[in-house]
Design a protein around this ligand. Structure first.
Ligand SMILES: Cc1cc2nc3c(=O)[nH]c(=O)nc-3n(C[C@H](O)[C@H](O)[C@H](O)COP(=O)(O)OP(=O)(O)OC[C@H]3O[C@@H](n4cnc5c(N)ncnc54)[C@H](O)[C@@H]3O)c2cc1C
Length: 455
């Protein structure tokens, strides 16, 4: 049975960083705000719980960020990864507003790590949350609730029905359907990576091998509802931001520690024991995401990082123990491969290694960090694709209003965070920019939704 429970000025769907920023912004703009999150309280915060920094433009050093990162540099970095898929107007809005978002977050209780702290890697591009993403989430919830935002967990937003200037939102709570009417709605429910069927629809059986690095609640139901209501899609439903993780990671919420660091140092083989890519091509931060996508496209969406005792000294180990054996044939048997195939792969690779760390006469070549896999005992880590988020969203304008395909706003519906991030990052990934997109557009969406509700 459906019953109308409530009316509010601004309803925020979601419980992560983007939703929190929207709820606080709307409340500070004078609106009565209700925030609905499908996750239980213990899992509040979405993927922000796992995050550690965000990327901001700044012209001089501050206590929280070193050096300078002019807007022009930010724009070049963004263009480098997003290519033609970037909406320039929104990207420049993001970069311009990023300069002020650090102060706004501090004003709302978030604390940042000191830039002088030796515990941090040098970064002129990103500021790090003191205590990590969980501390950020706790601070923003404390601020939101202190300001009077009504927060409800275990409340799944399922559909939007614009009517009479208000939007009726269907919610499932404790197995019951409720309807809440709001003057404006901000949708900040992330991607659809936690919906296995939707992923399978795009990736086939490979999706069964994917690991979801964050919340199990990003099922994309509100995204689907918006698209069915006529919202213009942006991005691509068949693309994901993913990194290579240890294949033994939990199916959800493994977080950042499951990433595999040392892939570039040894060799990588598929489940049949054959190399398939240049392991030395990416040795910087991009190596994580490049290998996520490569592994996703392997047979069974699985691969193996293989190394020897000498190579292993060069990289940080996985949080899971390596599979070990005294011989390559023994390692193959442990991994379920034909020993002769892996032995032949390793022998051919070792014979091709040249001084200077590259190979000759072998395909695929290894262009950097090539060293023989020769010193027993040998080790391996199983690799899987760890999905951070999907790359399909809804088109928005500079007020974060959701747009229909004719360019007109879709009633009083706004969007923030990953659900609109493909406007700016259709594909590719720029470290720290996801949290900036959620913070900047959450702030804009909340303010604009409050103004819309007042009309
Ligand atoms: C391991 C890991 C590390 C990361 N590190 C960084 C980093 O250091 N820097 C960075 O910039 N980014 C990082 N990211 C990405 C970043 O965390 C996310 O892009 C960002 O938190 C997304 O915020 P969001 O609010 O848009 O969506 P999400 O965090 O996905 O939140 C979605 C929210 O909506 C709720 N929800 C979903 N469906 C419904 C529904 N039907 N009804 C009601 N509520 C619903 C969920 O419960 C959740 O609370 C990382 C991600 C992961 C997984």
């Amino acid at each position: 049975m459906t019953n109308v429970l409530h009316e509010c000025d601004v309803l925020v769907a979601g419980g992560g960083n983007a939703a929190l920023c929207a709820a606080i912004s709307a409340r500070r703009s004078g609106a009565a705000v209700m925030m609905l999150d499908s996750a239980p309280r213990a899992l509040r915060g979405g993927n922000a719980r796992h995050s550690r920094n965000f990327r901001i433009a700044h012209d001089e050093p501050s206590p929280w960020i070193q050096g300078r990162y002019p807007a022009g540099d930010y724009w070049s970095d963004l263009q480098g990864v997003a290519g033609s898929a970037v909406d320039e107007t929104l990207a420049h809005l993001l970069i311009g507003e990023s300069a002020g978002i650090l102060g706004w977050m501090i004003g709302n209780g978030v604390r940042f790590q000191s830039a002088d702290d030796d515990a941090l890697p040098y970064s002129r591009k990103t500021a790090f949350f003191l205590g990590g993403g969980k501390a950020l989430v706790n601070a923003l919830y404390a601020t939101a609730e202190g300001l009077g935002v009504v927060v409800r967990h275990d409340s799944e937003v399922r559909a939007f029905h614009p009517a009479d200037g208000l939007t009726a939102v269907t919610v499932l709570r404790d197995g019951r359907k409720e309807t809440i009417r709001a003057g404006a709605v901000v949708v900040a429910t992330g991607g659809f990576q936690a919906d296995g069927d939707w992923l399978r629809d795009r990736w086939g059986e490979a999706a069964d091998g994917f690991v979801i690095r964050g919340t199990p609640h990003a099922t994309g139901r509100p995204l689907k509802a918006l698209l069915e209501s006529g919202a213009d899609p942006v991005g691509a439903s068949g693309l994901c931001h993913m990194v290579a993780v240890d294949g033994r990671s939990p199916g959800f919420d493994g977080g950042i520690v499951t990433r595999l660091d040392g892939v570039a140092y040894g060799i990588v083989v598929d489940r049949n024991g054959r190399r398939f890519a240049d392991e030395g091509e990416h040795v910087g931060p991009t190596r994580f995401s490049v290998w996520g996508d490569r592994v996703a496209r392997c047979p069974g969406a699985v691969a193996f990082s293989i190394f020897d005792t000498a190579i292993e000294r060069g990289f940080r180990p996985s949080i899971f123990p390596a599979v070990r054996a005294a011989s390559i044939g023994g390692l193959a048997a442990e991994l379920g491969m034909l020993p002769a195939v892996l032995e032949s792969t390793v022998a051919a690779f070792n014979a091709a290694v040249r001084a200077g760390g590259h190979t000759e006469g072998i395909l695929p070549a290894k262009t950097r960090l090539a060293a023989p896999v020769a010193v027993p005992p040998f080790g391996a880590y199983p690799m899987r694709a760890g999905v951070t988020s999907t790359c399909l969203g809804v088109r928005v304008d500079c007020k974060a209003r959701v747009l229909r395909s004719d360019g007109q706003p879709l009633g009083g519906i706004f969007a923030a965070g990953v659900i609109m991030a493909p406007n700016i990052l259709g594909h590719g990934y720029l470290a720290g920019s996801a949290m900036t997109i959620g913070s900047v557009f959450g702030r804009i969406a909340g303010r604009e939704a409050a103004a819309h509700a007042r009309r």
